[in-house]
Design a protein around this ligand. Structure first.
Ligand code: PMP
Length: 323
């Protein structure tokens, strides 16, 4: 779908996957005016196909668009575009029963030619799809995390709350540093004090204190994950207390050592829920709980996946079945 100044959104097309022809002076290539989303379509027991909370992705896409000075795409247009692609590619949605899905990647780029730094006056909104395997084909594995003090992902007043490519470009060197330290993932801390926990790689974090779960509050420098939001509600449905809060790296270590912080996990569309098994930073290292996936972590994971794949009741109306 195209957007041009004065005309708005027009020219929706469903076309076979093919390379885009881009002018070398396309503004996106130089100034990174780009945003994206990620969501999955799952096969349900009756053979039908449903996406999970596409309205939430559509709203977050609008928030990202505003931050990047791009035009907002109406929520219903975003959902209709995803639906049209899933309908076309229905045969590529894996069978019910596993954790495989059809992954959708909606994105928007500037489509104007020019080297001046200003918002473009033409944009392209595109959705592509790809079958996605199970994130943990051999069973859920805890990850080791590196607490990054050298690099920050987002700063106050920046774009951390937007889903834009630049945030991911800024992440790559920190991922490499985490790997050098022997860790699977990087944990982002706040930019000012390098003290407050924000996110893990491309996922939000949760801290389990017995029957209370706590996730870092949305400060503007972390992404408002849709899985994160769903878990706040789902955990309450299951009888847990669930709240947003502020967790420092000292509290993370101290509460693990005194046994009050029983489990830590990360969550996002790709892996649903990933347990954290061990933590490392400059000068400290500890095992999280017994280093194995925790009970609360696995209970929440199982229930959320059951809703997404249509085997548990969807009391919140989160699943969006194709007509
Ligand atoms: N944080 C970041 C930086 C991410 O890229 C993602 C993945 N979209 C998340 C958190 C989790 O968000 P969601 O649950 O919507 O996938």
């Amino acid at each position: 779908i195209r957007w041009t100044e004065g005309r708005g959104w027009h020219d929706a097309q469903l076309v076979p996957y093919a390379p885009l022809s881009i002018d070398p002076a396309n503004m996106t290539l130089h100034y990174a005016q780009e945003i994206f989303e990620g969501l999955k379509a799952y096969r349900r027991p009756d053979g039908s196909v449903a996406t999970f909370r596409p309205d939430a992705n559509a709203k977050r896409f609008q928030i990202s668009a505003r931050r990047l000075a791009m035009p907002e795409l109406p929520v219903e247009t975003f959902i209709a575009a995803c639906d049209a692609l899933v309908q076309q590619d229905k045969a590529w949605v894996p069978p019910h029963g596993g954790e495989e899905s059809l992954y959708l990647r909606p994105f928007m780029i500037a489509n104007e030619v020019g080297l001046g730094v200003r918002p473009a006056n033409e944009y392209l909104f595109i959705v592509i799809a790809s079958p996605a395997g199970a994130y943990f084909p051999g069973g859920v594995q805890p990850v080791s995390v590196w607490l990054s003090e050298n690099y920050v992902r987002a700063v106050p007043g920046g774009m951390g709350f937007a889903k834009t490519g630049g945030n991911y470009a800024a992440s790559l060197l920190a991922f490499a540093e985490a790997a050098e330290k022997g860790c699977d993932q990087v944990v982002w801390l706040d930019a000012l004090e390098h003290k407050w926990v924000e996110e893990m790689g491309g996922m939000n974090l949760y801290f389990v204190y017995g029957d209370k779960i706590v996730t870092p509050a949305l400060t503007g420098s972390l992404l408002a994950g849709i899985t994160r939001d769903s878990l706040l509600q789902l955990a309450r449905d299951l009888g847990y207390e669930a709240e947003e809060g502020r967790i420092s790296t000292e509290a993370w270590r101290r509460d693990t050592e005194n046994g009050t912080l029983t489990e830590v996990f990360a969550c996002g569309t790709a892996a649903v829920i990933t347990p954290v098994g061990s933590v490392k930073s400059e000068g400290a290292e500890w095992v999280q709980g017994d280093g194995k996936p925790g009970k609360v972590t696995m209970e929440l994971r199982k229930r959320l996946l059951a809703i997404q794949t249509g085997t548990a009741e969807d009391v919140h109306g989160w699943t969006h079945a194709l007509a």
